[in-house]
Design a protein around this ligand. Structure first.
Ligand code: HEM
Length: 320
């Protein structure tokens, strides 16, 4: 009997070890039911107000959450400020263009007023990203909660984020390292239905693309010409760039329609047509907004279930 118990114990330890730590801590829909009921309304109110003043806020919150989750799990590490001794994720190259951090500060303040020291910054960011999508006309979903905030935030880690010049196998690898599938990749890339890109993020497609063509031949010629006039080779306008789809503040399926027309912005968007499975999904989402919304909501829950923190911060910018 004792031997059986020991064997059982050892095999459960082994099972625990082989499971990725990122999926070990359990999130739940009613995590704060007793400790902070109804706090989600406070976050929605803050996001709504910020959007009314600045229509670029939803895109910023959605991307911020994605960049948080892909580095050390969704642990609010992207929210931490650099210190004298440490350059934080926020100041890593791909994150320089993240913005609207103040919205999370305001949401945290509203939640702290209701129940001090209870709700993590990582959960607040996950909820704010969901609200950003639904308040822009996209789907809504229940966000499982219980993430903890991390204490480590290194600018050098941001090298692990997927880049806009990635091909399909690099994208697949980046997602599968986080246990996300090709289907998740296609659905989550639909986040590019909101927001904006600076010229530097897509200049590889419009200048010196290859030895025999200056411009990426998969781009529609008229679309490429427009991008080239906004982003000349020696661009001096600091904030020059392009919206990611034709309806930049509306969460819809226009992004997928644009990919099919050769009007996507990044090589990584266009790359979704270079694999039979992902290409079929692009076509499905381009014709059915409902299919896209359902898939997006499911994949967001999967992405935002990557966890990794240890504490509940009081100020989202500073470790406790
Ligand atoms: C698949 C790999 C991805 C790559 C390579 C990628 C790359 C980029 C790049 C380069 C930018 C523009 C940055 C700039 O020039 O300022 C951007 C913007 C954006 N990305 Fe992605 N992204 C990816 C996936 C995602 C995912 C999964 C989401 C969310 C679910 C997302 C949401 C956004 C949003 C909303 C913006 C606009 C941000 C703004 O206007 O402030 N991206 N992305």
């Amino acid at each position: 009997m004792a031997n059986t118990l020991i064997a059982l114990f050892l095999s459960s330890v082994l099972l625990f070890q082989v499971m990725s730590p990122s999926f070990v801590s359990a999130l739940s829909n009613d995590y704060y039911a007793k400790t902070c009921p109804n706090f989600e309304h406070a976050i929605t109110g803050v996001v709504k107000k910020a959007m009314a003043n600045d229509n670029t806020v939803p895109a910023a919150l959605l991307r911020m959450h994605f960049h948080d989750c892909f580095i050390r799990g969704c642990d609010g590490s992207v929210l931490l400020n650099s210190t004298a001794k440490n350059t934080a994720e926020k100041d890593g190259p791909p994150n320089i263009s993240l913005h609207a951090f103040y919205v999370i500060d305001h949401a945290k303040k509203a939640v702290e007023d209701l129940c001090p020291g209870v709700v993590s910054c990582a959960d607040i960011l996950a909820l704010a990203a969901r609200d950003a999508v639904s308040l822009s006309g996209g789907p809504s979903w229940e966000v499982p909660k219980g993430r903890l905030d991390g204490r480590i935030s290194l600018a050098s880690d941001t090298r692990q984020l997927p880049g806009p010049v990635f091909n399909i196998s690099q994208l697949q690898q980046s997602f599968s390292q986080r246990r996300l599938s090709l289907d998740d990749l296609v659905a989550l890339s639909g986040g590019h239905t909101l927001g904006f890109a600076h010229c530097s993020s897509f200049q590889n497609r419009i200048h010196n693309f290859a030895a025999n063509s200056d411009v990426d031949p998969s781009l529609s010629p008229s679309f490429a010409a427009n991008l080239r006039s906004t982003c000349p080779i020696r661009n001096t306008v600091k904030n020059a760039g392009s919206t990611l789809d034709s309806t930049t503040t509306i969460f819809d399926n226009a992004y997928y329609q644009m990919i099919l027309q050769g009007k996507s912005i990044f090589s990584s968007d266009q790359a979704l047509l270079t694999n039979s499975r992902t290409s079929a999904l692009v076509k499905k989402f381009a014709t059915s907004q409902m299919e896209f919304f359902n898939a997006f909501a499911k994949s967001m829950v999967r992405m935002s279930s990557l966890t990794g923190g240890q504490e509940v911060r009081l100020d989202c910018r500073v470790v406790r």
